[in-house]
Design a protein around this ligand. Structure first.
Ligand code: SAM
Length: 684
């Protein structure tokens, strides 16, 4: 596959698996791949085969029983297929693991099943029905990338959609037990390549085991060359032998295989974490950590959702670049993640609605940008779809005059209520207090609070938007405040409908409780939060530019559109210079200036020194006006890193979000460009 302009595999839709349902030897119908001419499982003894080949040969019952680590046990699989292996592993974990243990499943899949086929295939196992239902409910759109599914409080599944070898090479995480599945090597030679075994070895924990149904020579040679010791063990049913074994040559420290300054800090104790700032970034992170059994104190000098996340209604939307870049990948992944996460958090939809989001083209320039985006990103219609004006009008419920991009899964959220709900999660202790400063204390941190008290924590996350660089440790992170005012218009009875969030220069959401919310202004550098009539007028003018027919219908229905009569709210959002969030460990800026000083003279002399960080100090900030799409995924990213789990984003995308990226850029500014792919530094 040709790489995208950013060097990663293309961001695209995947071909759905083509199945036929053949009668197996018992006369029952079982899924069969037409492309590979091979079976997913045998209806007669598929379960027993999974138990024998993958679960028993990796000794999972014993290992689960003995698991006492605070990090989750990680199972990695090539070829998710119907998910039967993973559902059986989940059941085995529940039967054997102690109550505090957690399980993390990582599986790759290049030809995901359609949702209906998935449900039909898993219906063969009634005792797995509840687990299957959870999987089917969260089944992602077939888009390349990582999709995190929370199967239950203790079990997470990361589906890495795309080619196994490519996806494992991008995986930021390490595995304890591998299921080497995939159709038989003779039927699927493209998968069983030396690079696959090398990628597995590089992402193995010391002592990682593997098991596979095949004994093919290419597999034995590949495993051995990559550093795995294999042995033949009795196979299942008519298959005399299969392979099992473990990593024999300890893999190089995975943390050292990346751009040196992005090397993640080594894991530290994580009993109590203080999260500073209870907007969407901090509140979602607090809930993510508490969900992993971490004791969390969430602090905010006001209340949950007091700042930029305090609006009564906000759009869950993204704007993707015409040419693929890491920022667009993060935002699309974030959008898909937020939709899934909200559905799991709030199935009753009290806090959000997947109304769909329509991004209108407006002018010719935007129309050709959108056309370029669609041409370069063959994504499934369920994720992003180009629509003409007629279809756009039908979906929005109002007449629009231009083409647009439609995001059927996206919608709107009540950010203030969402932050309050998250701050109220079990295990999160919300405390109304300002934090004035942070000092290292023993192995952790002491927080100095505005009320004169102090608080001790093993680790600290700063999530205070525009104030995030007010601490001595974060002072070098560039952040810009951006004022944004939304307007709120109470609609009269009989006002025309609006079914989708519609964006162009600004956005307008479908009315909520009879109130139409639209805006927002965007004024970088303005830190005033007073509501201004002039901003209401600007929001009204933008609304009329975007939806003239809707505004005319509002007028005809007797709506008073005088800016002086509008309600609204102004708040500050924080933006980084490159407009991507900061999500990661806080770099020790003084140490970086020393360690990487040579870059100022010669940007090609990359020192080996791993980045030094303030131990146990993290940041999630600069979510700008798209925090509903970025913050929950960044929360998972940070919680996963803090808890020593596989990440829900590809390694280069985690690097893209690293808070130190601008420090390096500043060091090399004006100097020779970096070798491509080495730095993760964007050109301005
Ligand atoms: N583990 C599965 C289960 O529990 O149902 C069965 C796996 S099925 C036998 C093999 C799977 O590997 C198929 O879903 C197929 O699409 C997938 N596959 C084949 N080649 C692949 C590749 N190169 N990258 C990713 N997945 C691949």
């Amino acid at each position: 596959m040709t790489a995208a302009p950013d060097g990663l595999p293309p961001l695209a839709g995947l071909e759905i698996a083509r199945l036929d349902w053949r009668q197996d030897e018992t006369g029952e119908s079982a899924p069969h791949s037409t492309a590979f001419d091979d079976v997913y499982f045998s209806r007669h003894d598929g379960r027993a085969e999974t138990e024998h080949v993958f679960i028993a040969a990796n000794r999972l019952p014993e290992r689960f029983r003995e698991w006492r680590e605070s990090r989750p046990f990680v199972v990695g699989e090539t070829g998710f297929g119907t998910g039967l292996n993973m559902l059986c592993t989940w059941a085995c974990f529940e039967a054997h693991a102690p109550a505090t243990a957690r399980l993390h499943l990582v599986s790759t899949e290049k030809y995901p099943l359609g949702r209906d086929d998935l449900a039909r295939a898993l219906a063969a196992w009634p005792d797995l029905a509840e687990r299957a239902a959870r999987l089917v409910a969260q089944w992602p759109a077939p888009v390349t990338g990582v999709h995190r599914l929370r199967l239950d409080d203790r079990v997470t599944l990361d589906l890495h959609l795309g080619d196994t070898t490519e996806r494992l090479a991008l995986l930021d995480g390490r595995v304890d037990a591998w299921f080497l599945d995939g159709f038989a090597p003779a039927k699927n030679p493209g998968m069983w390549r030396p690079e696959l075994f090398a990628a597995m070895a590089a992402r193995s924990r010391p002592g990682a085991t593997f098991a596979t149904f095949t004994c093919a020579g290419v597999v034995k040679r590949g495993l051995a060359a990559a550093g795995f010791a294999w042995r033949k063990v009795p196979g299942f049913g008519r298959k005399r032998e299969m392979l099992a074994g473990e990593i024999a040559t300890p893999p190089a420290d995975e943390r050292r295989q990346r751009t040196p300054w992005f090397t993640p800090p080594a894991p530290r104790p994580v009993r109590r974490v203080a999260v500073v700032g209870a907007g969407i970034a901090g509140a979602s992170l607090a809930a993510a950590l508490a969900g992993r059994g971490v004791a969390v104190t969430l602090l905010d000098r006001e209340g949950p959702g007091a700042g930029g996340s305090g609006n009564a209604q906000g759009a869950l939307y993204v704007k993707l670049a015409a040419d693929t870049n890491p920022q667009s990948r993060v935002y699309l992944a974030g959008l898909l993640h937020s939709c899934r996460w909200l559905e799991a958090l709030d199935p009753a939809r009290e806090l959000w609605a997947p109304s769909g989001v329509l991004q209108l083209a407006g002018g010719e320039r935007e129309a050709s940008r959108q056309a370029r985006f669609l041409e370069r990103h063959p994504l499934p219609a369920g994720a992003v779809e180009g629509v003409d004006a007629v279809e756009a009008s039908r979906r929005a419920g109002v007449a629009v005059a231009t083409t647009g991009l439609d995001y059927p899964l996206a919608g709107w959220v009540r950010p203030d209520a969402l932050c309050a709900r998250l701050a109220d999660s079990p295990g999160v202790d919300f405390r109304r207090a300002g934090v004035e400063g942070l000092e290292p204390a023993g192995d952790g941190w002491r927080l100095r609070l505005a009320d004169g008290e102090t608080l001790a924590a093993d680790q600290v996350v700063i999530a205070t938007a525009t104030l995030a660089n007010r601490f001595a440790q974060t002072a070098r992170l560039p952040l810009q405040p951006v004022r944004g005012q939304v307007s709120r218009l109470t609609l009269p009875e009989g006002a025309p409908p609006l079914r989708r969030v519609v964006c162009a220069g600004g956005y307008v959401s479908p009315p909520l409780d009879g109130v139409l919310t639209f805006g927002a202004t965007f004024v970088p550098g303005d830190t005033d939060t007073g509501v201004r009539e002039a901003d209401h007028a600007a929001n009204l003018a933008e609304l009329e530019r975007t939806l003239p027919a809707y505004v005319a219908a509002l007028r005809a229905a007797g709506t008073d559109l005088d800016p002086a009569g509008l309600a609204g709210r102004a708040a500050l959002r924080a933006a980084s210079p490159d407009k991507s969030p900061y999500a990661g460990p806080v770099p020790d800026a003084a140490a970086w200036a020393d360690d990487y000083a040579v870059l100022a003279k010669d940007a090609t002399r990359v020192p080996d020194t791993p980045g030094r960080h303030h131990p146990g100090l993290w940041i999630s900030a600069a979510h700008g006006s798209r925090g509903l799409a970025s913050a929950p995924l960044c929360a998972e990213l940070l919680a996963s890193r803090i808890c020593d789990e596989p990440l829900p984003l590809e390694q280069p995308l985690a690097d893209h979000l690293h808070p130190g990226r601008r420090l390096i850029r500043d060091l090399v500014r004006g100097k020779q460009a970096w070798p491509r792919g080495r730095t993760g530094v964007e050109k301005a």
